[in-house]
Design a protein around this ligand. Structure first.
Ligand SMILES: NC(=O)c1ccc[n+]([C@@H]2O[C@H](COP(=O)([O-])OP(=O)(O)OC[C@H]3O[C@@H](n4cnc5c(N)ncnc54)[C@H](O)[C@@H]3O)[C@@H](O)[C@H]2O)c1
Length: 332
């Protein structure tokens, strides 16, 4: 499959490198508006055509698919042009700036029988695959909560707030792992520097009393990537910064009962073993791009398709609405 890649800033080089490492794909052209980034791309990939115009790449007849790796406000226009030119689309998270744009792209892809995949990279990590398995096979029991901290100093984005930058990771994981769609959202935050919220907290209410919370922050002195998932049977801690043992499963929990004749609840704590399962190794982005090529070749829609991207954008849109009302509950 022949790819054109648009955007060669921070993440673009990873997409190009991984596409070039696959047996079944080739990068024929890169479009980048920055002359410095074009120089970097040309030096790293002398055999690839590097141009300034995205239109030139999108209209090229030799290209089958376009990877859109530019800032979020450009995704809609570029992905739309790619679909209109008959190209499959691999597009970065967050899918689009508004849900109306996302809906239009999803419908256009259906009309043209083309695939859209939204780069929700974490879904292809060994840790998230294992978490999904533990939830689906009932090892954790009924889910109670998902609580994630994703903070570090910088990289400030200029076109979106910290929720749109960092929360898509957790929102895509929740969308994948938690049964049912969220019913309501509350978000609070503050913009200290460039008019976009740089510290934010988001709470989502899912069906069956599952609650999720995300803490995202560009002003943290330390980097933390820590997620707790609690179930009735077991609980897990995923520390993505750990080199080994990223995932720890605790056989801990709370049992509540009442004895006949007693009106007070009896709370007992279970404290059993902890184990750290082996996780699949390998670069998540590579696995994801391999899956994209497979989906396009077989004509099947990926599970992280445009509709999955759209569900995440809807959550972000409602979170922004709640942010604007200083944390009012907003229904999805
Ligand atoms: N999946 C992940 O884990 C992950 C990680 C980082 C970034 N991202 C996403 O990747 C996208 C890009 O992020 P980044 O950090 O690389 O940003 P960046 O600003 O470093 O790079 C974007 C590049 O796109 C170029 N560009 C902008 N408009 C263009 C156009 N019309 N045609 C050609 N080039 C254009 C810019 O010149 C810039 O070099 C964002 O959507 C971001 O959310 C995803």
């Amino acid at each position: 499959m022949n790819f054109g890649v648009i955007g060669y800033g921070y993440w673009g080089p990873n997409v190009v490198r991984n596409l070039m490492s696959l047996d079944d794909s080739e990068v024929l052209a890169i479009a980048e508006i920055s002359p410095q980034a074009r120089l970097r791309a040309q030096k790293a990939h002398p055999g690839v055509k590097v141009v300034a115009s995205s239109a030139e790449v999108i209209s090229s007849p030799e290209i089958d698919a376009i990877a859109v790796v530019s800032p979020v406000w450009t995704h809609y226009e570029l992905a739309k042009a790619a679909l209109e030119n008959g190209k499959h689309v691999f597009v970065e998270k967050p899918f689009t700036s508004t849900s109306a744009q996302g809906e239009e792209l999803v419908n256009l892809a259906i009309q043209k029988n083309l695939r859209i995949m939204v780069d929700h990279t974490f879904l292809f990590t060994g840790a998230v695959r294992r978490i999904k398995q533990l939830v689906d096979d009932g090892s954790l029991g009924k889910l109670l909560y998902y609580d994630s901290t994703r903070v570090n100093l910088g990289l400030f984005q200029h076109d979106c707030n910290v929720l749109w930058d960092l929360a898509p990771h957790d929102l895509s994981i929740m969308d994948y792992v938690i049964k049912g769609d969220p019913e309501a959202v509350v978000a609070t935050g503050q913009a200290h520097l460039n008019g976009h919220e740089d510290v934010a907290f988001m709470t989502l209410y899912f069906p069956e009393k599952v609650i999720a919370h995300i803490n995202v922050n560009w002003l943290s002195p330390v980097k933390v990537r820590m997620t707790l998932i609690g179930g009735e049977k077991r609980m897990l801690v995923w520390n993505d910064l750990e080199a080994d043992e990223k995932l720890k499963i605790y056989d801990k929990g709370v049992d509540i009962g009442s004895r006949e004749g007693m009106y007070e609840l009896l709370v007992s704590y279970r404290s059993g073993d902890m184990w750290a399962p082996q996780l699949e190794q390998g670069e998540a982005l590579r696995q994801e791009l391999m899956y994209f090529v497979e989906c396009v070749s077989s004509g099947k829609d990926p599970f992280n398709d445009g509709r999955a991207g759209l569900r995440v954008v809807r959550m972000l849109e409602k979170a922004n609405e709640s942010l604007g009302k200083k944390g009012s509950l907003v229904y999805l």
